[in-house]
Design a protein around this ligand. Structure first.
Ligand code: OOB
Length: 539
């Protein structure tokens, strides 16, 4: 059984012939840029010790080669998986490009993940190593490392304690490399997921680099671009839409923000003459509010991208007048398809739609519950297939049967409509996932943790509307014996090593769940019924 489902031969041939897929790989991506942009600054940011650093293309390449040499000596080989959980520090870039150099596959964990998620990724991907920073945001990542029995190497940027220090892993000379093929898997991204366990997304060099190149062109990225990376760099949006990879592709400069607060970001925009950045809607709202009391010079900022969750039209209309830059809406998914409003689109298109696909060969279908195409302009389920959308999750044969149609369309779980000019408007969601300000939560995953509590008989997680985050989570819980105390239940979930953003905002103990029909009640029906009853309470 292959780890990943390849594109069918006739599609691969078409994508190659169209020039979408080339032979370039992530192994040669950075060295090639270093040949062209040698002394130009590639990345500016703090390192794990808090010191400010600026690395040229040549310096970043040399550093990545040395780390690759050290990884090689530890026995990390082409095709091996390595879980990378680093905040926005320069070591993130060094480590990721070191792994690319070796042809090893980074598994991109987020800084918010905790032992429950990391343990799963290490185990599921049979990771050879786990790379972390000692501490970040008041959290000590070495604590997670101590909970991992089966991952051989733990490599730490900063104070390594009992583990291997990244500084010690740097070898003196470059490594031998085995050349990888552009149509093999380059890394694993994480899916927001809808099921009890997270899913891993295998992206190939050829498919991802196509999306990076096109994204850079659509977003007007050049060697003069100076991008502030505010969101966690491991997420698909700041990584490739066009993200730091799009900027490095074009020879621009990536500036890593240590935290997303407007005070930090505004002064960095002024100091580094930042030209573009990307935010999730709640952060965009925070920036809009903070702008009123800030005199920072933001005049260099040309483009603000907002995506990851629905940006309301009302907020979208405020961006250009209040921040003085062009808004670009981005509706994407780590599984592939990314839509952008174009920089020269009329204002109405920019503020009322979530953009149109990158590629002329992105196939987009909007279908009803029975899978039939809806009439033009009507609302339905978004299905997609194309040159950079996966055909299956990593090692998930069963789940793939329902997550994809028989002819290979990915069921996005998003409810959309297509405008006459081919732009998508996101109207809602059919998947059992909560979008908490861009952070995705699989209802079933949290429910599984809740029912592990001795006083919880059953649990259902539903989304409740929220003006700032878009959605928050409410856990409805049926008690087994003594009703559990909501605060104790939340700390129970934290104690199980669940990422903080997945801990329910509200907990409601109810005597029983509403019955939605005759016969067996699916959890999906239950969630919908609870959402409806919640909406009634609110109105
Ligand atoms: C991005 O990727 P993921 O994998 O974290 O989440 C994908 C899901 C989409 O299926 C959709 O439900 C939601 O996030 N979403 C949006 C949206 N952008 C993403 N919903 C409404 N409006 C938007 N603009 O979130 C992602 C990946 C690449 C670029 C941008 C976002």
């Amino acid at each position: 059984m292959p780890d990943h489902i390849p594109f069918p031969a006739e599609f691969a041939a078409r994508y190659r012939a169209a020039g979408y897929w080339t032979t370039e790989t992530f192994q040669e991506f950075l060295p090639r840029r270093a040949d062209r942009f040698a002394d130009h600054i590639a990345v500016i940011g703090r390192d794990a010790t808090g010191a400010n650093r600026a690395l040229s293309y040549l310096e970043l390449t040399t550093s990545a080669e040395r780390i690759a040499g050290g990884f090689g000596r530890l026995g990390i080989r082409t095709g091996d998986r390595v879980v990378v959980q680093l905040p926005n520090i320069v070591e993130f870039m060094e480590v990721v490009f070191a792994l690319f150099r070796l042809g090893a596959l980074p598994v991109f964990a987020l800084p918010a993940h905790r032992s429950a998620e990391i343990g799963f990724f290490c185990e599921f991907a049979a990771a050879k190593a786990y790379v972390i920073a000692d501490q970040h945001g008041g959290f000590d990542y070495r604590g997670i490392a101590r909970t991992l029995p089966s991952t051989p190497h733990v490599i730490v940027a900063g104070d390594a304690g009992d583990f291997l220090a990244l500084s010690g892993v740097r070898a003196t000379g470059p490594s031998d490399v085995t050349h990888v093929d552009a149509e093999t898997v380059a890394f694993l991204q994480l899916s927001g997921g809808t099921t009890g366990t997270p899913k891993l997304i295998p992206r190939t060099h050829a498919d991802y680099l196509y999306s990076v190149r096109e994204s850079a062109a659509i977003c007007g990225v050049s060697s003069a671009t100076r991008m502030l990376v505010v969101l966690p760099a491991a997420h698909n949006f700041p990584m490739s839409s066009p993200g730091f990879l799009g900027v490095l592709h074009a020879g621009g400069t990536v500036v890593l923000a240590p935290d997303p607060s407007p005070s930090t970001a505004f002064s960095m925009i002024e100091r580094h003459r930042i030209t573009m950045t990307s935010l999730v809607p709640p952060l965009a709202l925070t920036w809009l509010a903070a702008r009123k009391n800030s005199s920072a010079d933001l005049s260099s900022l040309g483009v603000l991208q907002v995506g990851g969750a629905k940006f309301t039209e009302e907020a979208a209309r405020r961006v250009t007048p209040e921040l003085g830059c062009t808004l670009q809406q981005v509706f994407g998914m780590a599984e592939g398809l990314v839509n952008y409003t174009r920089l020269d689109d009329p204002e109405d298109v920019i503020v009322t739609t979530q953009g149109r696909p990158i590629s002329p060969d992105d196939e987009v279908r909007v279908v009803d519950d029975a899978g039939c195409d809806v009439r033009a302009g009507e609302v339905g389920h978004l299905l997609t297939r194309g040159p950079y959308t996966i055909r299956g999750y990593y090692n998930a044969a069963e789940h793939n049967k329902t997550a994809f149609t028989e002819d290979g369309f990915y069921r996005t779980g998003d409810i959309v409509r297509l405008t006459e000019s081919g732009y998508l408007v996101v109207e809602g969601r059919s998947k059992d996932q909560i979008n908490r300000g861009g952070e995705k939560i699989a209802a079933e995953e949290v429910e599984n943790h809740l029912v592990a509590h001795p006083n919880v008989l059953d649990a259902a997680i539903v989304a409740i509307p929220d003006a700032y985050l878009g959605e928050r989570t409410c856990a409805f819980v049926v008690a087994d014996g003594e009703p559990p105390n909501p605060i104790a239940l939340k700390s129970f979930l934290r104690g199980r090593g669940l990422a903080g953003y997945k801990v329910p905002d509200l907990v409601q103990v109810v005597p029983e769940f509403p019955v939605t029909g005759v016969g067996k009640i699916s959890r999906a029906d239950l969630r919908r019924a609870l959402t409806r009853s919640w909406e009634k309470v609110k109105s």
